[in-house]
Design a protein around this ligand. Structure first.
Ligand code: ZN
Length: 478
């Protein structure tokens, strides 16, 4: 059996963070009562005329610059014609042959190796409405999303991505960049960032590409990874059995973890693109590009590198903490307010993330302020509370939103500074574990000392400062 190489192109759609829609003044916001945010323009009424949203254009320029693309001096809008009930005009306004951004790249890291992924284009278009298929024969349509500014980012051909891991890493990095520059909220579960990988396989060493399929409706990193993996295995299976692979669009069934055939893929000619007669082409001069370039913040790679040097974090931590702009901002505010940024990083990536995940909340909606987390870390460092107590404290802070000090006061969680009581517990633990004490004292097995520390902490209910516990144990051992 020959070895196969997956070839993966990525088409990502990002809904842009603007106040109003792409070509009208309707509100651009997720959700809402169906069909309450529409007007004749986004409902495609005859005679209505589009007016371009400048912020949306600038968001695409910003993205193009952040992705190392060239911003074209002229960009043009075109009509992409097809009929579907969620597209009331019967065409989508998009950019066909003159997109705003061309020829860029971003770097991903997989298994410790950095790989550059080339980007073909970044263009601006409008989103469609949403269809809901009820039980029985009824279908409903909501046009609140119709005309929402949508940006499409397409990787270069031939694609640089050759595995599901690389595909997921690409999407992760893209999401980080988009949230850092503030053009998209990156919420995949709400559909504001959507990704459609096209997948083919070929024998390693082959010059020709296999037939590709496009996977739709992937709304998480995990689904992107599993979807690509499934499709690669399915296509290899087809080839091995001598079957033909159909060029088609495939859906993703998350419950079954498999793709399924949806429809045969349209070829470009079927869209009958032609220039949008109601919009003049965009002329983008150097001064405008320079203005937008100035608004670019520190990007994820740079911020990650700075987290490593400025806060002495391992690369692993810095990578996790620069996943989104909101997370990086939260960590940085907290790290600056605390005496121990590494411990802040541990609590942010550990207990805090666990609490947020269990609650289905994003860091931007975290009930614990960055300052309060910093205060909690400092209370551990100065021995006011033990790390064990902090585990309960952070949960209490999460539920109440309160600062740590009043909670510690109320619950009586302060570590006890009672050397007499501590000594009594140490002696009790020593008496119960004579063999271990003998091993340490007589055989020099110092690694067993940690067990005694653990026992004292356990018996005392974590009420003593670990530093005091260690000192009291040393006193008895020496
Ligand atoms: Zn409208």
């Amino acid at each position: 059996m020959p070895d196969y190489e997956p070839v993966v192109g990525m088409e990502c759609h990002a809904e842009l963070l603007t106040k109003s829609k792409m070509f009208c003044g309707c509100k651009n916001e997720f959700g809402g009562e169906p069909n309450t945010r529409c007007c004749p323009v986004c409902l495609g009424m005859p005679g209505s005329l589009p007016v371009m949203n400048k912020t949306a254009v600038e968001h695409v320029m910003r993205t193009a610059l952040a992705l190392n693309c060239t911003v074209a001096p002229v960009a043009k809008f075109d009509r992409k014609n097809y009929y579907y009930p969620d597209l009331p005009k019967g065409y989508q306004i998009s950019e066909y042959d003159f997109p705003i951004g061309v020829g860029g790249w971003l770097d991903i890291e997989v298994n410790g190796e950095i790989k550059r992924i080339s980007i073909r284009r970044v263009h601006l278009e409008e989103d469609t409405g949403k269809l809901f298929h009820a039980l029985g024969n009824d279908s409903y349509v909501d046009y609140n999303r119709s005309g929402v500014p949508l940006m499409e980012i397409v990787t270069e051909f031939p694609p640089d991505i050759h595995s599901a891991d690389e595909g997921a890493a690409y999407l992760k990095k893209l999401r980080a960049i988009l949230t850092f520059i503030g053009v998209c909220d990156g919420k995949m579960e709400e559909g504001s960032l959507r990704c459609e990988p096209n997948v083919s396989v070929r024998e390693i060493g082959s010059e020709t590409f296999g037939t590709k399929t496009e996977i739709k409706n992937l709304n998480s990193f995990k689904a992107v990874q599993k979807g690509i993996d499934f499709e690669v295995a399915r296509q290899v299976g087809c080839i091995e059995r001598g079957e033909r692979i159909a060029q088609e669009t495939r859906g993703w069934n998350d419950a079954k973890q498999e793709t399924f055939s949806q429809r045969s893929k349209e070829v470009e000619q079927e869209y009958r693109y032609f220039p949008e007669p109601d919009l003049v082409p965009l002329s983008i001069d150097e001064a405008w590009i320079a203005n937008i370039r100035e608004t670019l913040p520190e990007l994820p790679d740079a911020r990650r590198a700075r987290f490593v040097t400025e806060y002495n974090l391992p690369v692993y931590d810095a990578t996790l903490l620069t996943d989104t702009r909101a997370l990086a901002d939260y960590f940085e505010v907290s790290a600056k307010a605390s005496t121990d940024p590494k411990v802040v990083a541990n609590w942010t990536m550990g207990d805090l993330t666990r609490l947020l995940n269990a609650d289905g909340k994003d860091i931007s909606a975290c009930p614990i302020s960055a300052q309060n987390l910093a205060r909690m870390v400092d209370l551990i460092s100065d021995g006011t509370i033990s790390g064990k107590t902090a585990k309960s404290l952070i949960e209490e802070m999460y539920v109440t939103g309160d600062a740590p000090d009043p909670i510690i006061e109320e619950k009586g969680w302060k570590t006890v500074k009672d050397t007499g009581a501590l000594k009594a517990i140490v002696l009790e633990v020593f008496a119960k574990n004579e063999n271990i004490v003998a091993d340490i004292k007589e055989k020099g097995l110092v690694q067993k000392r940690g067990f005694l520390v653990g026992q004292v902490m356990k018996v005392s209910g974590g009420k003593f400062d670990p530093k005091d516990v260690n000192a009291a144990i040393d006193e008895q051992l020496n």
